[in-house]
Ligand binder design. Structure first.
Ligand code: ADP
Ligand code: MG
Ligand code: MG
Length: 211
């Protein structure tokens, strides 16, 4: 059975009712590394915020999100975290890579504390069943990015699943995804293996949306 199953997810901006997610389908199994790529403004962060925390800026208008057999959309942010979801928000430009990992570590230990379990070392930071990392590479120079990617790689075990959201291919050269999804205008318009990142780099996003 899938770890995470998103079916026909639609969501609007709560205030204006403008539809941002227009029917997202996605299935993640245990141990898989998925990447969502796409142009700026395609809805990647909205997707992560809706799935991970049920962010109040958005209203889910249709579809379903099932995590470990449970309806995630019914859960409070805390319950989602306790259920085994881990999220890192889009990194602010000023945060260098290493601090970003410190942040992951801190956030995870906060979760353990809540569960009454002892703090863990860095190798277990991503002990959550599914980590959704939204543009942890944004604003990093190539060296910092390599450090972050290596650190995340080092944190993974065959049991963890990861959903990486990124605009660039570089992160995916170090953390090799099982598959890559391209998001455009609130939908996943293409799914492929890790070679899709190379096509994107060479031909750009328009080559894919034109297909
Ligand atoms: P991405 O992460 O792919 O860059 P986002 O999910 O951040 O895309 O945004 C998708 C679209 O929705 C963009 O056009 C953005 O301006 C709009 N949007 C997202 N959240 C809000 C919000 N809270 N209020 C107004 N517009 C929003
Ligand atoms: Mg953006
Ligand atoms: Mg974003």
């Amino acid at each position: 059975t899938p770890l995470l199953e998103v079916k026909g997810l639609t969501a609007v901006i709560a205030e204006t009712k403008q539809e941002i997610l227009k029917g997202v389908n996605l299935v993640v199994h245990q141990g898989e590394i998925h990447a969502i790529m796409g142009k700026n403004g395609s809805g990647k962060s909205t997707f992560s915020k809706v799935v991970l925390v049920g962010h109040p800026d958005y209203e889910v208008t249709g579809g379903s999100v099932v995590f470990k057999g449970e309806n995630l959309l019914d859960m409070e942010p805390e319950e989602r975290s306790l259920a085994g979801l881990f999220m890192s928000f889009q990194a602010p430009i000023e945060i260098p890579g290493v601090n970003n990992i410190d942040f992951l570590h801190m956030a995870y230990n906060a979760r353990r504390k809540k569960l009454g379990e002892p703090e863990l070392g860095p190798l277990e930071v991503l002990g959550a069943d599914l980590a959704i990392l939204d543009e942890i590479d944004s604003g990093l120079d190539i060296d910092a990015l390599r450090d972050v990617a290596k650190a995340v790689n080092g944190l993974l075990t065959p049991k963890n699943s990861v959903l990486m959201i990124t605009h660039y291919r570089r992160l995916l050269e170090v953390i090799k995804p099982t598959c890559i999804h391209i998001m455009e205008d609130g939908r996943i318009i293409k799914t492929g293996d890790s070679s899709l990142a190379k096509v994107l780099e060479e031909k750009g996003y328009t080559s894919i949306s034109a297909e």
